[in-house]
Design a protein around this ligand. Structure first.
Ligand code: RP5
Length: 165
C-alpha cells in the first residue's frame, strides 16, 4: 500500500545520513510515509527556502531537520514554514555535537524548533515524537506507535541479564 508522504526528513550534508537514517528506519517501522533530501542552509540556501516554502502545499505535516556544526538548517526552515519543525543535532567531529545542539536549541522566541538529543537517540526520538503527534489525529498511527512502545518494553523485560544478548 502506498503511504502518503507526511514527513520530510532533511539534512545538511550526505555525511548526516548515518544519523538521520535512524529517523527514516523508525518511520518505516511505524509505516509513516516520508521523504529524505539533502538540503544545506549554507551550501544550497535557495533549495532550503524553496523546500520550506513548498512543504505545506505538498502535503507534508512535519519537517525533521538534522544538521551538525553551525546547524542553522532547522531554524532557518522554521522561519519559512508554519509546519512543526524538529531539529536533530548531528554529533560533529570537532565538538561532539554540542555545537550542533546549541545552534539548534537556542531559537529566538517566536520561531519554534523542537530540539532532540544529539545523534542516534535524537534521530530515533524525532520519528517517535512525530508518530505521537500525528497519532493524536490518526488512530491507526497511534495504534502502531503504542505497539512499538509496548514491544520495546517487552524486549527489555525479557532480557534482564546484562551482557547476555
Ligand atoms: C553541516 O556541516 C552538515 O549538517 C554536516 O553535519 C556538517 C559537515 O558537513 P560535511 O562537511 O561533512 O559535508 O552543514
Amino acid at each position: 500500500m502506498d503511504q502518503a508522504v507526511q514527513v520530510g526528513i532533511i539534512m545538511g550534508s550526505q555525511s548526516d545520513w548515518d544519523t538521520l537514517r535512524h529517523t527514516a528506519e523508525t518511520l518505516e517501522a511505524l509505516e509513516i510515509g516520508h521523504e529524505t533530501r539533502v538540503v544545506s542552509a549554507h551550501r544550497t540556501p535557495d533549495r532550503m527556502f524553496e523546500y520550506a516554502e513548498q512543504a505545506a502545499e505538498r502535503g507534508l505535516k512535519v519537517i525533521i531537520a538534522g544538521a551538525g556544526g553551525a546547524a542553522h538548517l532547522p531554524g532557518m526552515v522554521a522561519s519559512k514554514t508554519e509546519l512543526p519543525v524538529i531539529g536533530v543535532p548531528v554529533q560533529s567531529r570537532t565538538l561532539n555535537g554540542v555545537d550542533s545542539l546549541l545552534s539548534i536549541v537556542q531559537m529566538p522566541g517566536g520561531v519554534p524548533v523542537g530540539t532532540m538529543a544529539i545523534g542516534k537517540a535524537g534521530a530515533i526520538n524525532a520519528a517517535l515524537w512525530t508518530a505521537a503527534m500525528l497519532g493524536s489525529f490518526d488512530p491507526a498511527i497511534q495504534a502502531r506507535y503504542r505497539a512499538w512502545r509496548r514491544a520495546q518494553t517487552e524486549r527489555v523485560l525479557a532480557d534482564d541479564r546484562p551482557g547476555q544478548s
